[in-house]
Design a protein around this ligand. Structure first.
Ligand code: F59
Length: 838
């Protein structure tokens, strides 16, 4: 399978005994020039920034290499317990500035580039985002890897190396267009291909029973069509601590049979076509979209990740322990990032029982001691299901295993609740019907020793709602792990101005202990400090305004209030509620209701799933509203609206430092946690938000007087639903009635009649799941309060400082410590610094 050239050989004796590379500017310059000239083959006449970026990235990567090797070798030597984080998504964004921050090479690099006449920020901007994720779930995985490395935990990330990441969003005539993101086209300097660790992944064929040498009946998977999984490793540096962990991303490649099979039968083009089909498996990231549910290629991707990663772990295990698995669960933990990698459950059972010949009970004991599952959604329609039909077609042996797991589980349920057949049906992994489905969440729950939600409210609603039956059976399995974000990227790297002020005022330890920010409390009312704080914010707003000008052609005045709502476009997140409020502000201006007017610049951004028509209409509505408002001279600087195209990690790094007001207004009970809310808080924005997800905990930390709370809470939402009457709400609210009138009269779509009808209908529909009209009045009032408070800049600045001061809880370091203390229990491990590896 692996070509001859990759067979083991003995490396020269002193190959790995090289001294660590120097970090000072002179050496950096030398190496930079060497890469640029001798590796990339460019010279002064080549003005492409991209090559300079590549050279600088390689210089940094070289400096990670020894630490990377030392970390790997130390983990191997200690044979310590390890965590395998399984995720279909990692939204890494850019890596250069992060690598320099964590390596501590920033200052010397700036010095070196200065001497070469180059600007670091410019080089950084030449890096494409690694957009291997949809949104919060994928970015959470990236923040977690950063925290694990910074806490020196032996955690390896497993994922997929998509050839095309999250689509690029282009806005044309106010509408979203999707363009492919071929991010690898210009080369990825951070990855290291490791074909020697490739794995075979099976698809199709059938499951067969046979008698082994001892006459025991066993199962095997035969006549499968196999695909190779080739690992590409990405280094994950801890913050100034010698640790460099690994993110291992799998790429699909055709096996050699693809070359030989049809080719030998004289079918050359057919054989090449089959090869391409195999390689399609890791071609593209699926944008989250309920219409994507049940797609064959997605199923193949999910199994690909699960199978390749488990085989990799077992390969390493067998190399040390042989076929002795009694200690396997004590040494390994798999954290499932939602149900997307839940094929790992039946796959681990299959590998243990079919390949390593363990008894079922023994294998199940192991599996249930090493699986842990994180849920990220409360929307019932978002729970993953796979048609049994597809399972049977592509993973025949896995379906046997799922049936066996379910059969045994249901007999336990029957024993505990005799005669309660309804309960058995409810809890079954198989949902009966004319197209029976496998419920992936139930499979994950049954096999996991830990099941967690991602914010306190979310975890509470999981056990009282979606997973209630399972909670009654196993209350001890369920727990909460409130999300967090890494302050290294989301404060230190993205907000150098604030970083400098913090370092100067309270020292630098907040970088590894965010609770240190509490020391700001005593400075919050100090007017000299407030002035400095305002200067930082002002400069960040200036930068953001420049971005908005180049990307949207809209002029934002940094003296006005900057209000921002950036996140995936989804009805439950209620960008529509914000749009209605914008129309209301416009209406007030047009009516001359402008006493004490607070000028505002409102920024929206976010991608809609390509098949999500309503979300796309909302983008179009926001664009049209912006069009009308921005060109109205009567409005002028009082109100400016922009929709920023292609919202992504690197855009957020510019956006959150320049934001005054963070919009977090999901229908209560729908947003599992939210993490954008935390990034804004950490950068000194105040939040206007509902009692949902982590907003509740933000409010708890910062106190009511420093947070604009409004709207129905989750209980009130539940109570309101059966009697919800949006038409009556509109009739009884003069402002909302006027807003609805502007919409229905076609004020924002004069030459596009009817295009917003479905939006209008949704607002007026008594079954509107998102209760947009219900919260309009409260939202408008809270916004009025915002305007008033903003006018007292001293007061606002103090609140801004307090938001940062109380954001300590929302560091992903805290989250990861809790995962480790309560679920993983792996020892922090400091790498040895000079390991002889030959
Ligand atoms: C499911 C099936 C087929 C294809 C795609 C998907 C799918 C992919 C990604 C479904 C959901 C997602 C996804 O990105 N989900 C989230 O980002 N969820 C968010 O997770 C965050 C981190 O915990 C939470 O803060 C946030 O509230 C939640 O919405």
């Amino acid at each position: 399978m692996i070509s001859k050239s990759l067979k083991k050989s003995t490396p020269p004796a002193n190959l790995t005994k090289l001294p660590p590379l120097s970090m000072d500017a002179d050496e950096l310059i030398k190496d930079f020039k060497r890469y640029y000239t001798y590796h990339l083959g460019r010279d002064k006449s080549c003005r492409l920034l991209h090559y300079a970026f590549l050279a600088l990235a390689m210089v940094q990567k070289e400096r990670l290499m020894a630490r990377w090797r030392n970390t790997r070798c130390t983990y191997k030597e200690c044979d310590s317990r390890r965590v395998h984080y399984l995720s279909m998504e990692y939204l890494m964004g850019r890596a250069l500035s992060n690598a320099m921050l964590n390596l501590g090479t920033e200052d010397e690099t700036i010095k070196a580039l200065g001497q070469l006449g180059m600007d670091l920020e410019e080089l950084e901007s030449a890096e494409l985002d690694a957009g291997l994720g949809n949104g919060g779930l994928g970015r959470l995985a990236a923040c977690f890897l950063d925290s694990c490395a910074s806490l020196q935990l032996p955690v390896i990330g497993y994922g997929i190396r998509y050839e095309y990441g999250m689509f690029r969003q282009v806005i044309k005539k106010g509408e979203q267009r999707e363009e492919p993101d071929h991010w690898l086209e210009t080369g990825n300097p951070w990855e290291l291909e490791r074909p020697e660790y490739s794995q075979r992944i099976r698809y199709g064929g059938r499951s067969e029973v046979y008698a082994d040498e001892k006459g025991d009946l066993r199962h095997r998977w035969v006549e499968s069509r196999d695909v190779l999984a080739v690992p590409f490793d990405v280094p994950i540096a801890g913050y100034k601590n010698q640790t460099v962990n690994t993110l291992r991303l799998w790429r699909a490649m055709a096996t050699q049979e693809f070359d030989l099979g049809e080719f030998n039968a004289g079918l050359y083009p057919e054989s090449v076509a089959a090869k391409t089909a195999a390689e399609h498996i890791t071609m593209v990231l699926y944008p989250n979209d309920s219409s994507e549910n049940g797609k064959e290629l997605r199923l193949k991707q999910q199994y690909f990740l699960a199978s390749a990663s488990l085989k990799d772990v077992i390969r390493r295990w067998v190399a040390i322990h042989g076929n002795e698995f009694s200690d396997f669960a004590a040494k390994n933990c798999f954290q499932l990032n939602d149900t997307h990698p839940a094929f790992a459950v039946p796959e681990l059972m299959r590998l243990l029982v079919d390949i390593h010949e363990l008894e079922w009970d023994e294998a199940w004991e192991i599996t249930t001691k090493c699986m842990a599952y994180t849920n990220h959604t409360l929307l019932p329609e978002a729970l993953e299901k796979w048609p049994v039909r597809l399972f049977k077609q592509w993973l025949p042996r896995l379906l046997d295993v799922v049936y066996e797991i379910n059969g045994r589980f249901l007999s336990d349920v029957a024993a505990k609740w005799p005669g309660d057949t309804q309960r058995q049906q409810r809890m079954s992994v198989i949902e009966e019907g004319n197209d029976p489905q496998v419920r992936m969440a139930y499979l994950a729950i049954i096999a996991s020793y830990s099941i967690n939600g991602v914010a306190a409210l979310h975890s509470k609603l999981l056990v009282s709602g979606l997973f209630r039956d399972f909670y009654e059976l196993w209350p001890e399995k369920f727990n909460n792990k409130t999300n967090g974000v890494t302050q290294r990227r989301w404060l230190a790297a993205c907000n150098p101005g604030l970083r400098g002020l913090l370092d100067k005022t309270i020292g630098e330890t907040w970088c590894t202990n965010l609770d240190e920010l509490k020391k700001l409390v005593s400075h919050a009312s100090d007017s000299t400090f407030q002035k400095q704080w305002q200067q930082v914010k002002r400069a960040n707003k200036q930068r953001l305004a420049e971005l908005v000008k180049t990307e949207c052609g809209v002029i934002f005045n940094p003296d006005s209030l900057f209000e921002v709502q950036v996140k995936r476009m989804h009805e439950y997140k209620r960008q529509l509620l914000s749009a209605l409020h914008v129309i209301h502000l416009y209406d007030r201006i047009k009516n001359g209701d402008i006493n004490d007017w607070q000028p505002r610049c409102i920024l929206f951004g976010g991608k809609a799933a390509p098949g999500y028509t309503m979300a796309k209409s909302i983008i179009k509505l926001i664009s049209n509203i912006a069009e009308v408002i921005n060109r109205d001279s009567e409005v002028g600087d009082k109100l400016k609206i922009a929709f920023l195209p292609d919202y992504r990690v690197s855009a957020m790094e510019m956006i959150c430092p320049g934001t005054d007001l963070s919009i977090q207004i999901s229908t209560a009970g729908k947003e599992a946690s939210g993490t954008g809310n935390m990034k804004f808080m950490m950068n000194g924005a105040l939040t206007i938000g509902t009692m949902d997800g982590a907003n509740i905990e933000i409010l708890e930390e910062v106190g009511e007087e420093n947070f604009f709370l409004f709207g129905l809470d989750a209980d009130e939402v539940t109570k309101l639903r059966p009697q919800y009457n949006p038409k009556m709400i509109v009739e009884q609210d003069r402002d909302l009635a006027r807003v609805m009138h502007l919409l229905t009269s076609g004020h924002f779509n004069q030459f596009e009649p009817g295009i917003f009808d479905s939006i209008i209908d949704s607002i007026l529909n008594p079954y509107d799941q998102w209760l947009v009209a219900a919260d309009f009045r409260a939202f408008t009032q809270a916004q009025q309060q915002v305007s008033q408070e903003y006018q007292d800049q001293k007061n606002w600045t103090q609140k801004s400082i307090l938001n940062v001061a109380y954001s300590g809880k929302f560091s992903s370091d805290r989250t990861i410590r809790q995962y480790n203390e309560e679920i993983w229990k792996v020892p922090p491990t400091t790498p040895h610094t000079s390991i002889d590896n030959d």
